[in-house]
Design a protein. Structure first.
Length: 261
C-alpha cells in the first residue's frame, strides 16, 4: 500500500500565541488528478499524534489518520478531504486548549488559539492548497483536551465550523464549564458533531459525556442526524483507542454520499 501524501510545514509562527509550531497537511487520493476541484478541510489538534508514530506522544503510537483516510476514501466510504494536523507546543498545551483558567491548573487561552487557527492557519492552508472555504464542510477535531477545544471553538464559532469530532473530550475541565457554556450558547447554524467516550477512561467520565450529549439533544441536535454518540466498551484514554475511531468519525462527518465535486 502506498504511503499517504503528507506535507509538513515547520516552525509556523503565530503572532497571537507568540510561538511557533509545525503542522502536517494530508492530501487525499486523487488530489492531483482533479486540478480544478476544491476539498473540504478538517483541522485537528495534537497533530504530532495523528500521522507518525515517530513524533507521537507515546513513541510508536499514532492515530494512523493518513492510512485510514486513504482506505476510507479509496473504498468510497468517505469523500476526499484535506486534513491538517496542528502540533501542540508541549508545555503550553493545557494553556492553549482550555476555554477558562482553572484553579491550580491554569489554562484559558482557547480564544487566542481560535485567532491563531482562524486568522493564521486557515488562510495559509486556503492559499497553499485547493481548500474549499465553505464553513459548512470545514471541520475541527481532537481528543482529550483537543476534544474539549474542538467543542468549545466549534460551538462558539458555528459560522466557521460545520463539522466537529470530539473523541474522549475532557469535559471535566474547570467543573464542567463546557456544559454551562453550551447550555447558554446560541449555536446557529448547528454543526454536525461526533462525540464518543471509552468505558475504561475513569470514574464518572461516561456520565459527564452523556450529560453533555443530553444538553445538545435539549438544544435541538438529533442522534443519528447531526449528532453521533458512541460509548466504546473497554476503550481507554489513549492513541490506540482513538485510532480505532478515525474511520467511523470521518464517515459520519464526511460521508461520500454528500460529496460535492
Amino acid at each position: 500500500m502506498s504511503a499517504p501524501e503528507l506535507h509538513k510545514h515547520e516552525q509556523f509562527h503565530s503572532r497571537f500565541l507568540r510561538n511557533q509550531r509545525d503542522f502536517i497537511v494530508y492530501l487525499p487520493p486523487g488530489y492531483h488528478d482533479q486540478p480544478h476541484r476544491r476539498f473540504p478541510v478538517l483541522y485537528m489538534h495534537d497533530g504530532q499524534n495523528l500521522f507518525d508514530g515517530a513524533t507521537s506522544f507515546v513513541p510508536g503510537m499514532d492515530w494512523h489518520v493518513g492510512h485510514t483516510a486513504d482506505d476510507f476514501i479509496l473504498t468510497g466510504a468517505v469523500q476526499p478531504i484535506i486534513i491538517v494536523g496542528i502540533y501542540n507546543v508541549g508545555k503550553v498545551r493545557i494553556l492553549e486548549y482550555t476555554p477558562t483558567k482553572a484553579p491550580r491548573l491554569g489554562g484559558g487561552r482557547a480564544d487566542r488559539y481560535a485567532k491563531f487557527l482562524m486568522q493564521e492557519v486557515m488562510p495559509f492552508v486556503e492559499r497553499e492548497y485547493r481548500a474549499l472555504s465553505d464553513p459548512r464542510v470545514t471541520g475541527m477535531g481532537g481528543s482529550s483536551l483537543g476534544g474539549l477545544l474542538s467543542l468549545y471553538l466549534g460551538l462558539k464559532h458555528p459560522q466557521a465550523f460545520g463539522r466537529l469530532a470530539a473523541l474522549s473530550p475532557s469535559l471535566w475541565w474547570n467543573q464542567r464549564v463546557i456544559h454551562r457554556f453550551t447550555a447558554a450558547a446560541p449555536v446557529e447554524p448547528r454543526p454536525r458533531i461526533w462525540l464518543d467516550i471509552g468505558t475504561n477512561e475513569g470514574p464518572r467520565i461516561v456520565q459527564e459525556v452523556e450529560q453533555f450529549r443530553d444538553i445538545l439533544l435539549q438544544k435541538g441536535w438529533q442522534l443519528g442526524k447531526d449528532l453521533y454518540y458512541q460509548r466504546v466498551e473497554g476503550a481507554e484514554h489513549n492513541e490506540a483507542a482513538w485510532a480505532q475511531r478515525v474511520g467511523p468519525f470521518l464517515q459520519f462527518l464526511y460521508p461520500a454520499a454528500e460529496s460535492t465535486v
